[in-house]
Structures are given as structure tokens and as C-alpha cells.
Design a protein around this ligand. Sequence first.
Ligand code: GLA
Length: 378
Amino acid sequence: METTLITAFMKQFGESPTVVVRAPGRVNLIGEHTDYNDGFVLPMAIDRAVWLALRPRTDTYVVVYSLEFATSGRFDLNSLERGKMGWLEYIKGVAFALQEANYPLSGWEGVMSGDVPVGAGLSSSAAVEMAVARAFQAVSGWPWDAAAMALVGQKAENSWVGVNTGIMDQMISAAGQAGTAMLLDCRSLAAEFVPLPPGTAVIVLDTATRRGLVDSAYNERRAQCAAAAAFFQVPALRDVTLAQFQAQADKLDELTRQRARHVITENERTVAAAAAMRAGNAVQLGQLMNASHQSLRHDFAVSSEALDTIVACAREHEACLGARMTGAGFGGCAVALVESAAATSFITHVTHRYQAQTGLTPNLYLCSPSRGAEIWGV
Ligand code: GLA
């Protein structure tokens, strides 16, 4: 990746870049739709990332060539305006959010590339945001503060791009640590890093389906959770225990009850999953992942036929400890925890079975937990 990027940079700009940065995508092991309820999540950064090779400019322009889109875009840091070029808006959004947070910004020019599949639920947009934050940090000279940069990325997404996401994706892309998943308290942003149980591997199962309307369904779920929190008179569903929920559940309408039940039980499962990981208990972690899928499917209603099918195919294999949909849902990816010795046979099995049942060719990736956004080299 680095060599391709440097060659492309030299072709675009005539000289070598002075900095190369990368920021990873992520897969969430458990804790889904809990981040915007101030709850817990347990994602890991994956070894697929967005890369940027760049050098500073002496003016206030940012000029970026995207290898995937084979186009370039530019904007002036002194007059940010919304435009139509999708990927460039994420870059502008980060510049906007950094300026809002009073970071002084210098111009730069760069070539961007990546291998995080777009729209698959592996947070390619958070990876772009954190790579761009790293690029600005590298040329502008202030120190890297992972949590502050994650909040900047979230602001870019919420206020510039217009998608109302939580903090999980940006936090793990900014702060991931090799070999571990991150138990994140989405209220305090306190993070604890926990290694995978010995002998296990994480496999991402891309259903090869993408669904539109995800934003509106996502915002609808957010609103339903906020309504449930209002009913309990607390700032967020994170503040409702299972016992408190059960005592009052019959006063909620059916839909709100289901949505709240997912979030409250998912928070408990996520904390339990981190404890299972600390204890090296792979079986328990897998069971919690299975239970998470049921809850997302029935109570939160964000799964899809393709996701349910690939999860079922995964569970057929004897080396599968647990499997569930991951990310916002409605399409995209599932995640499985498997015995690492049988990873290859698992991948072959799921690929054939899913293909036979759906006619679609899935993409399965064995993922190792990687580092968060970093300056890779010069
Ligand atoms: C998307 C959002 C995250 C989170 C997940 C669901 O990935 O970007 O903030 O809400 O959906 O867990």
C-alpha cells in the first residue's frame, strides 16, 4: 500500500511525500446501538485502513487525489463550503470540526487510498476522518489527542456530512491498540484494552449486500431510544438497570419496550463480554455474541435476511464460538469468533454455504486487531 501510494503521489505532485499516515476501519465484537445511549461498546481496529501520503503546502489549500475514485478535489481552509463530491466532504468536515475546536490548520496536498470496503459496516468513513485528522496534526504541529480527535471526527460526521452517528467508530479508529479490543464507556470515553481469548480469531463476514435508507432507520432508532429514556426520566438508557426496566416495562408501548430492552440487555452483555475476555473464556464470549444477534434481530429489528443467513451458516461450523451482525445493520457485515486453528476451514464452509443459499459471493476476512491512527513514516 505504501509503495503504491508514494508512486501515485510522485505522479500527482512531482516529488516525494514528507509524511504517510494511516487510520484503520473497525469491527465491533459486541455492544451495538449502545454508543448513542451513553453505554458500552467493544470494538477492535482491523488491519484494513485508509492511507494518506502528503506534504505541507505554503498556502491555505488542501488538495487530495483519491486513488479509488481517480479524481482530485481541493478546498481553501479560509472559506469552507459544502460541495457535491462525496468523499471530499468528509475531509472538509474534519477541517470544519478542527476549526470549530480552535485548532490552527496548515494546508497540505496528498494522495488517499484504502482497503476498508465502503458501506459494509466496517467504518470506512471514520477511517477517512481519523486519517485526515492525523494528516492535519502532522502538518500543523499540535499533539495527537485520540479522544479529542474522535470527537472532531464525530462532529464532522454529525454537523458537516449530516449523519447522526455515535462515538464508537471514531474512538476505535483513533485509539485502537494492537492485539486487543477496546471496552469503551461511551459516556466518560474511558477505554480499557482487552486481548482476544487465547486460540481464537475474529472473522468478518461480508454478506455482499448494502442497504440504502440506513440513515433514516438509524435516526428512527435513536429517537425511539431517546423516547424510552424520557419515559424513565434519565439522560440516556445507560442509566436504566434491567430490574428498573422490568418493573416498568408494561407501561411502555410494545415498540419502545423492545428497543429499550435491546439497549439495556446489550449493555449488560458488553460488560460481561469484556469480563469473559479478561478471563480468557472464549465460550462465554461467543454465547454473548449469539445473544446479541437475537436481540438485534428481534428487539431492535436492524438485522436482514442476508445477515441472518450468514450468521446461521457461521454457527453451523463446529469451530464457531459465536456470530452476530456488526455495525448499524440492515446489510453489510457480520462477525464471528472462531477457534483460530480452524479459521481456513470455517471460511471455506461459510463461503460455500452462503453462496448456495443466496446466490451471493460473500467476502470473509480474518482480522487481526490493529493499532489506531498513526504516522506511518516519511
Ligand atoms: C454505526 C454508527 C456507530 C454505532 C453503530 C451501531 O456504526 O456509526 O456510532 O451507533 O452504527 O452500534
